[in-house]
Each structure stands twice: as structure tokens, then as C-alpha cells.
Design a protein around this ligand. Structure first.
Ligand code: E4P
Length: 217
């Protein structure tokens, strides 16, 4: 399973990259706005910097919602760096844009997936990734993990190459359950990734080893 970090914060991207387990980055307009990035030049520069820090696929989301504008914006984003993946919303014009980029050999990530039918359409249009939003489904008392399972079954039935990129991760348990179900990728805030490290018995055991090591030196 690939690990992406879901942030536009450069320090957090550096920290995850330094860990040595990072396979890519996802961003969205809300995450970019949180970092105070605004204006076309600043946006393009920020993505360029992210590509210089992190290895792997870097999802950059279009801000527009019509076919013509999305393909213009996506072409500009894709020109920044070969690792850019154009992130397209799950709307009718988005499907057409996915097909356009797929025909051009530009990688895409279809975002805001909340149903198996949406994932199926995006895969048919040639998306490289679909992003089902687990946490936002859980927030409205719908089991987001069921959606990952449904998409896994459908993609396996037809051997779609589209990867399931589980998004809107809220906890280490989301990551573990995605791994059990067979999501291809998780994109997560840094704290949920770091929380995978923790176990009280590890802390207790290490404290004992460190104490005993002192007796040996
Ligand atoms: C996915 O690509 C989105 O950027 C993200 O995972 C959304 O997460 P949120 O629901 O925590 O905003």
C-alpha cells in the first residue's frame, strides 16, 4: 500500500519525506488556502516546491468546474513537473476532462468520490486514481469503509488499473482498515501516520532495554 500525505504544508511534507515511507502528496484548494497560498503564480510555485521536496505522485487540484477551464488549468498544472497528477472533481464535465487527460497520457486523480457508481465512472474515463472520502462519510454516519470494499470488488471484477486512493483519513485505524481491505493508497494527515508508531508496550519495553543497557556499559 502506498502512503501519501494529505497537506500543502511544506514542513510536514519534508518530515514525511525524511521518514522514508512517503510515496506521494495530495492537496486540495482548502489545504492550499490554509497555507495562505493565493494567486496563479503562487499556486504554481507552491506545487513546484512540493515536487522538489517529495518523491512520487503529487496531486494538484483544478479550481475550475467547466470542461474547457479544467483542461486549460490541468494542462498548466501538468507542465510544472512530470510527477504532477491533475486532480479533477467528480462531476459530468470532470468525467470528460478525465478522458481528455487520459488520452494525453497525463495522470489524474478523481476527487470527491462518495459512491461506487462514481468510482466506476471515473475508472471508465481512465482516471489513474479515485479518491473516496472515508472520514466525510463517517461524519454523516455512513460507513466509509464499506465504500472502499465495494470499489475494490468492482475494480477487481473488471481488472481496472485505476488505483483506490483512500482519502479523508481521520485516524490510524482508518489506515489499518484500508490496508486490510486492499486500498492501493491512503492519503493521510501526518499525525495519523505518526500515530501508527505508538504502542505503550513498545515504550515500556524500550525503557526496560535502555535501563538494562546501562548496566552493561
Ligand atoms: C483528498 O484528496 C482530500 O484532500 C482530503 O483527503 C479531504 O480530507 P478531509 O475530509 O479531512 O478534508
Amino acid at each position: 500500500m502506498k502512503f501519501f500525505i494529505d497537506t500543502a504544508n511544506l514542513d510536514q511534507i519534508r518530515e514525511a519525506q525524511d521518514l522514508g515511507i512517503l510515496d506521494g502528496v495530495t492537496t486540495n484548494p482548502s489545504l492550499m488556502a490554509k497555507e495562505g497560498i493565493s494567486g496563479k503564480e503562487a499556486i504554481l510555485n507552491h506545487y513546484k516546491t512540493i515536487c522538489e521536496i517529495a518523491d512520487g505522485d503529487i496531486s494538484a487540484e483544478v479550481l475550475s468546474t467547466t470542461y474547457e477551464e479544467m483542461i486549460k488549468e490541468g494542462d498548466e498544472l501538468a507542465a510544472i513537473h512530470p510527477n504532477i497528477v491533475v486532480k479533477i472533481p467528480m462531476i459530468k464535465d470532470g468525467i470528460k476532462a478525465l478522458k481528455y487527460f487520459s488520452n494525453k497520457g497525463i495522470k489524474t486523480n478523481c476527487t470527491l468520490i462518495f459512491s461506487a457508481g462514481q468510482a466506476l465512472l471515473a475508472a471508465k474515463a481512465g482516471a489513474n486514481y479515485v479518491s473516496p472520502f472515508l472520514g466525510r462519510l463517517d461524519d454523516i454516519s455512513v460507513d466509509g469503509m464499506n465504500l472502499i470494499e465495494e470499489i475494490r470488488i468492482i475494480f477487481d471484477n473488471y481488472m481496472f488499473e485505476t488505483e483506490i486512493l483512500a482519502a479523508s483519513i481521520r485516524s490510524p485505524m482508518h489506515i489499518i482498515n484500508c490496508a486490510k481491505i486492499g486500498a492501493d493508497v491512503i492519503t493521510s494527515p501526518l499525525d495519523s501516520i505518526l500515530n501508527l508508531l505508538n504502542h505503550p508496550l513498545t515504550d515500556k519495553g524500550l525503557a526496560q532495554f535502555v535501563a538494562d543497557a546501562k548496566k552493561m556499559s
